[in-house]
Design a protein around this ligand. Structure first.
Ligand code: UTP
Length: 297
């Protein structure tokens, strides 16, 4: 019987330099997509996949993130007094059970692999998920749930994989595919940000992982890799070297790179159009904008 995946690590210790000056005082994960901060989408996805323990790897200046998941008695009683039941209901999703959430500091931004390693003592000997909140995925069945279900069938470590144009592959961790079964691919290697023209495939790794405790043992011994950072992909690739299974899951859904400005804007439009209360107004505005632009050309 495989152990259930009940813990997830959310590495949120990065500096978010692509969003400066906003991220000087607002953590990237608190930035708002329509009316929820990025981190809320990640938490909702984790809950849907059966995650019960939420581990945040944070850094200096991320206090707003801790406050976000705290109860807010004053605000709640005010909303109750005013009969704002819908808003009270919306606030409920931000409340976490006592003891379900833990914060660990990454004292130096030494990379994603290092951030995950910082949480090692909270993981013990069980598989766990890693979610990068700046990858937001719109999907009928949440991406991590797809991965957990696949993991329960095949085991091993698993990464979410997405096809990208070959010329963009050097911006991602890329899979070297041993065997392609369609939804699942067996992996024989992984390369972080391969030089242009040297990517082993066009299957890019995006920010969802299920990881076995062996990967943490590899991270224990890890040296800095691409870009001087300790890379999570290098530690997962080590699994292949040591004869343990690593698989990629071609998930169903659309991923938005909310770590980049263009990706965040695209997500805002897509998530806005998906909302019944916003669709018509937004659509009218976009149509008008396109028409005016075309007329001006
Ligand atoms: P990014 O590569 O997007 O880095 O990290 P960043 O610092 O967040 O943003 P930019 O590039 O400066 O704009 C991917 C994920 O890994 C986390 C980040 O918080 C983000 O969720 N991370 C990265 C850490 O937790 N620690 C690190 O040392 C590096």
């Amino acid at each position: 019987m495989r152990s259930k995946v009940t813990k997830a690590i959310f590495p949120v210790a990065g500096m978010g330099t692509r969003f400066l000056p906003a991220t000087k005082s607002v953590p990237k994960e608190i930035m708002t997509l329509v009316d929820r901060p990025l981190i809320q989408y990640a938490i909702d996805e984790a809950r849907a996949a059966g995650i019960k323990e939420f581990i945040f790897v944070t850094s200096r200046g991320k206090g707003a993130l801790e406050d976000y998941f705290d109860h807010s008695p004053q605000l709640e009683s005010e909303l109750r007094k005013r009969g704002k039941d819908d808003l009270l209901e919306a606030l409920k999703s931000t409340n976490m059970d006592s003891g379900a959430i833990a914060y660990i500091r990454q004292h130096k931004a030494l990379g994603l692999g290092h951030a995950v390693w910082c949480a090692r003592r909270l993981i013990a000997n069980e598989p766990f998920a890693v979610i990068l909140p700046d990858d937001v995925i719109a999907a009928e069945k949440p991406c991590l749930q797809q991965m957990v279900e696949a993991y329960e069938e095949v085991g091993g470590s698993m990464v979410a994989a997405m096809e990208v144009p070959m010329e963009k592959a050097s911006s991602y961790g890329v899979l070297d595919v041993a065997e392609d079964h369609g939804t699942i691919v067996d992996v024989k290697g992984m390369v972080e940000k391969p030089p242009m023209g040297e990517a082993p495939s066009n299957l890019a790794v995006i920010g969802r992982y299920i990881i076995t405790p062996d990967v943490l043992r590899s991270l224990n011994k890890m040296k800095q890799g691409a870009g001087g950072e300790i890379q999570l992909t290098d530690a997962i690739a080590q699994e292949v070297e040591e004869g343990r299974g690593v698989r990629g899951l071609r998930f169903q859904g659309q991923r938005f790179d909310c770590g980049s400005k263009a990706g965040f804007l695209q997500a805002t439009v897509a998530f806005g159009l998906a909302r019944d209360d916003l669709r018509d107004e937004l659509q009218d505005y976009l149509t008008e904008l396109m028409t005016t632009n075309k007329a001006a050309q």
